[in-house]
Design a binder for this molecule. Structure first.
Ligand code: ATP
Ligand code: MG
Length: 393
């Protein structure tokens, strides 16, 4: 571990020197066993938060009541005291956390066997629940009784689907059946957390696998919108590493839902809603086979790119040109935004002596279209001549 995670190694070493136990846990151990790079490294210890804070000079309180302290040694690392989660009465979060003094109890409260292993600083694996075997067999299996575990915390059902999409693992039979029977409990989970998990599925390597499980497990029934129609299309989904494209693709598959109301339900931001609206418009305008110059001018390159791929995967008819040709056409337009026009509202006012008003925008819009379509050059003299001819008598 020393070379792989030097900061975690140092923290564990210090905790051990002070007489405590400490291990790397969670996703990092899973990814170590899989031979994959880890996102972030978490440490678990029998030291209490106060004891941890005494040992390290630079710590940040992030959730002392949950037993977590951020220890900064080169980089910030979460150090959490062994705990069990006592009783759950709302299917969401434990009523209280109980610190425990033994590692096994801490691992037992974790969601899936692949996430319930620990690693010593000498790279010895602590694996009470068969996590390594589950990784070899590529399965996601709840620790203990899945019905019980999902009743404690319903979010775990969606996490199971998400890990399956990220790792391309299968849901173990009993774990899957437990979700099939308990899926309505997901309603107790806040929509913000649901959104995060859905987006992780879309950014994963196997989004189609995730969406299929989301539907087949019954989970999708608890959320507005049509998740089943065009389910197969997710097989062609390309996210381009932007999670909002998942919402755009989802919106595209709706029949007669009001997209705005739908996205509001999932607490999408105004920026996200705007992006989705643009992508949908670009897809619909491509349905006729090609974008006009006006449309190429209107949509940003990212929007065109995503819309092109979406269109390609759902249209029955062929698109006239490859994407590269459309993008080249866009790049060679005489102007890239209205700001590039060599005359502005003040010029128009000066030429006419008319008062400022909505007419200025109307004229500039017409002018934009003419320049984009090559009907007039972006040239002051030429524009003035056209304007005088059209508007000054
Ligand atoms: P990622 O790579 O997405 O960060 P991760 O496994 O590290 O994956 P986290 O959400 O960061 O996932 O959680 C860290 C660990 O905490 C998990 O590996 C798991 O052991 C435990 N855990 C997280 N959420 C839950 C939960 N809802 N119920 C039980 N254990 C959980
Ligand atoms: Mg993590």
């Amino acid at each position: 571990m020393k070379n792989r995670w030097p900061a975690a190694y140092k923290i564990i070493e210090e905790l051990e020197q002070a007489g405590f136990e400490a291990f790397v846990v969670g996703g990092a151990v899973r990814d170590f066993v899989r031979n994959a790079p880890a996102n972030d490294v978490d440490i678990t210890t029998n030291a209490t938060p106060l004891e941890v804070k005494k040992i390290f000079t630079h710590t940040i309180d992030v959730g002392i009541e949950h037993g977590t302290v951020l220890v900064v040694v080169d980089e910030p690392i979460e150090v959490t005291t062994y705990r069990s989660e006592s009783t759950y009465s709302d299917f969401r979060r434990p009523d209280g956390v109980t610190f425990v003094r033994n590692l096994q109890e801490d691992l037992q409260r974790r969601d899936f066997t692949i996430n319930a292993m620990a690693l010593t600083k000498e790279d010895e694996l602590v694996d009470y629940f068969g996590g390594k075997k589950a990784i070899e067999e590529e399965i996601i299996q709840a620790v203990g009784n899945p019905q019980l575990r999902f009743s404690e915390d319903a979010l775990r059902m969606l996490r199971a689907v998400r890990f399956s999409a990220q790792l391309n693992f299968t849901l173990e039979q009993e774990t899957f059946q437990a979700i099939r029977s308990l899926h309505p409990l997901i309603e107790h989970v806040s929509i913000e957390r649901v959104k995060v998990e859905l987006e992780k599925i879309w950014l994963s390597d196997f989004p189609f696998k995730g969406m299929k499980l989301f539907v087949e497990s019954g989970l999708s029934q608890n959320f507005p919108g049509d998740w089943e129609r065009h389910l197969q299309s997710w097989d062609n989904f390309s996210s381009f590493n932007v999670k909002v494209n998942g919402w755009a693709f989802f919106a595209l598959m709706q029949s007669n839902e009001n997209i705005n109301i739908l996205l509001n339900h999932y607490k999408c931001s105004n920026d996200e809603k705007r992006h989705v609206k643009n992508v949908l418009e670009a897809v619909y305008s491509l349905e006729k086979g090609a974008w006009t110059l006006d449309e190429l001018f209107l949509f940003r390159e990212e929007v065109l790119t995503v819309a092109y791929h979406f269109g390609n995967s759902i249209f029955s008819n062929e698109i006239a040109h490859p994407l590269a040709k459309f993008l080249l056409q866009k790049r060679t337009l005489p102007i890239t935004s209205k700001k590039d026009i060599v005359v502005n509202g003040n010029d128009l006012i000066e030429w006419t002596n008319k008062k400022r008003g909505p007419w200025i925008k109307e004229v500039l819009d017409i002018l934009t279209g003419m320049i984009v379509n090559g009907k007039i050059n972006n040239d002051r003299h030429e524009i003035k001549e056209w304007f005088s001819h059209e508007y000054l008598h």
